[in-house]
Design a protein around this ligand. Sequence first.
Ligand code: ZN
Length: 130
Amino acid sequence: MIKKFSLSTHSRSELIDISSQVEDIVKEARVEEGTCQVFVPHTTAGILINEGADPSVRRDILNQLDKIIPWSGDYQHREGNSPAHIKASLVGSSETIFVEKGQLVLGTWQSIYFCEFDGPRHRQVIVKIE
Ligand code: ZN
């Protein structure tokens, strides 16, 4: 089963917890055991799994990415958003999570994040359960 959902981002860089949306799709799929793939069809956004309990982890990830890949620099891409393309390349555009007993197998502290690197924009997430 493939399902899509959309979301709106509100700042230039942002990590948005989409775990509950993905869990809802897993429940709807009624798959007892399998895999769940989460993919973003964008070149300046990504998918990341990391700590969901302490929001400062999200801020630290974004702040350090900004230090490693600053907005001003010797970039050739004329659209002016090369740092967003580079961050999206590092983070990656998909994650695969196992499904067991009809539920996502995530660690206690893990959440699934949609990563916005060139917002605010209207975005899509594609989820496949099999
Ligand atoms: Zn671009």
